[in-house]
Design a protein around this ligand. Structure first.
Ligand SMILES: Nc1nc2c(ncn2[C@@H]2O[C@H](COP(=O)(O)OP(=O)(O)OP(=O)(O)O)[C@@H](O)[C@H]2O)c(=O)[nH]1
Length: 193
């Protein structure tokens, strides 16, 4: 297979606390639908071609089980992964607090301090009720800046900024891969030695 084809395959892991809307985000992106009911995820992989910067990428998106502060990072969610999407709900402060914990677990596991990452504030459609929003946009932006990550707020329900999440993730991956090697994770990812 020509190297150019291998270069286009990217593996993206989506992590975050339980019930923040990881599956809903991925299903809205890959299947264009929103599922109102809640089924806790064990693990699923979705594939989708994404055109970014005029290049067609074949993305494998890993939907993971919800994390808590005691969860141990599964090596499958770090080894061979090119980019990360870390999701919190704008309606839940505790899920926002989990983001730094998950980010630290990934960087510790990979032995790096910089990973290609997008931090996502989900469920913005709930913000119409003032009591529903617990995390302000500037807090999300600040956390992202501190971790050299991109940041965006989304609603899987209303399909707002869903595609943007994965475009930003590819941008973060490409930013760190000026001369990527075929079929290898980006600089920030983990390699099997
Ligand atoms: N209002 C609203 N509800 C959402 C949104 N995204 C997800 N939900 C709801 O939140 C609940 C949890 O969504 P999931 O996508 O299953 O959450 P998850 O993060 O994959 O959950 P785990 O598998 O337990 O980690 C479901 O009832 C969804 O319908 C959104 O953008 N807006």
């Amino acid at each position: 297979m020509p190297a150019a084809n291998l270069l286009k395959k990217k593996r993206i892991a989506v992590l975050g606390a339980r019930s923040v809307g990881k599956s809903s985000l991925i299903i809205q992106f890959t299947e264009n639908e929103f599922v109102e009911s809640y089924y806790p995820t064990i693990e699923s992989i979705f594939s989708k071609s994404v055109k970014y910067n005029g290049v067609e990428y074949e993305c494998d998106i890993i939907d993971t089980a919800g994390q808590d502060e005691y969860s141990i990072l599964n090596s499958k969610h770090a080894i061979g992964v090119h980019g990360y999407v870390l999701v919190y709900s704008v309606a839940s402060r505790s899920t926002f607090d989990m983001i730094q914990t998950v980010h630290d677990k990934i960087t510790d596991f990979c032995g790096v301090n910089d990973i290609p990452c997008v931090i996502v504030g989900s469920k913005t459609d709930l913000k119409t009720s003032p009591i529903s929003r617990q995390v302000q946009p500037n807090e999300g932006e600040k956390l992202a800046k501190e971790n050299k990550a991109a940041w965006v707020e989304t609603s899987a329900k209303n399909n707002v900024n869903v595609g943007k999440v994965f475009e930003l993730c590819l941008a973060e991956i490409e930013k760190r891969s000026p001369n990527p090697q075929p079929d290898q994770p980006g600089k920030g990812g983990c390699l099997i030695m």
